[in-house]
Design a protein around this ligand. Sequence first.
Ligand SMILES: [Zn+2]
Length: 430
Amino acid sequence: MQITCHLPISIPSINPRTSIPVLSLSSNPRLISNLTSIQNPKHGFKIPHKSQTGFSKPCFVLAAMRSEDGVAVVVDDAFYMRKSVELANRAIGCTSPNPMVGCVIVKDGAVVGEGFHPKAGQPHAEVFALRDAGDLAENATAYVSLEPCNHYGRTPPCTEALIKAKVKRVVIGMVDPNPIVFSSGISRLKDAGIDVTMGVEEELCKKMNEGFIHRMLTGKPFLALRYSISVNGCFVDKIGEGDTDTGGYYSKLLQEYDAIILSSSFSDKLPSISSQEDTNASIQPIQIIVASNVLQSPILASSSSTVEESGPKVVLFTGKELVAESGINSSGVETVVLEKINLDSILDYCYRRGLCSVLLDLRGNIKDLAVLMRDGFEQKLLQKVVIEVLPEWSTKDERQIASMEWLESKHVKDLQSKQLGRSVLLEGYF
Ligand SMILES: [Zn+2]
């Protein structure tokens, strides 16, 4: 399905609202013990969710309500929403152009149904969770990390499925920025007499789908810049120990992002750029190589394929004259010829392919990425920066970009750090 995007639109600020009292966990120890005593033995009471890169802040919200038989039941909306986010994250890297969505159906303090959206074209999270719950969904509460859809796409509307299943209450993490949904799902549920609570763990839900949201609001994929530096601030062409292994931050980034832009000097090392988080090749990001110089581009200098056809998809962006000069004929490589290499064209290509997120990774000889960096800053196409600070003092800067005078000072928002084995990871937004 091609998603039509009318731009620009904005998401209104959502104030968390509950129809029942909300109390802080730390301010009411009695409720903590009550909650623990009614926790679902199947699913247990877990530590607060952490996002993929581990920067999220814990947030507890407890609410008390009375069940039909008059027994007081403590409901932890935030807990079940984090559970929905955990479920959604099982499909990380697999759902573009759709968002990741998770759903939990809860009845009388017990989880009776779970589901998540596995990939575009497959049923939505609510459908899987309602199927899992069966008749138990009646009078239950559905927790969904994103507003349920209210339109016929490749699947029927989830609002109708929730109404048909006779759920009593729906708790939603965030409004869907997709213009063909955008609050109509909430209205439909309310019109059907369902109690709707909005904005529970909203920031967590938004962070999980920052790529999808950005794509919907701007018509371009979310773009992040990544590089490594020494403690004395020099650019270092290295990834920290263990970071590319299963569970390492770099392996997780490759799982999370739909595409990765690399220097053409790296094109003979492409098989080594793969996420170890899953053996499913479909989660590997598309590898985008920008080649502007034959001599510095192994992929252009070689007349035969250097790419394994069974590996991740490789797309080569280059200029007309370079193709003629190199006579490139690599099977397994899609070549996109541009009049002039620029970031906007590359991102447009990614958008048309349904990609939500792209990582500009500064590794190898990054001279050929300088123009993309300049475009990224000048045209405000860069959204995020991920920096690994390695535990070393470098004697030379390997940046290899002679001058960055074109760079304007930029304020980095929400800068956060995280210990990463022997390194420190920094993450912030432009
Ligand atoms: Zn849906």
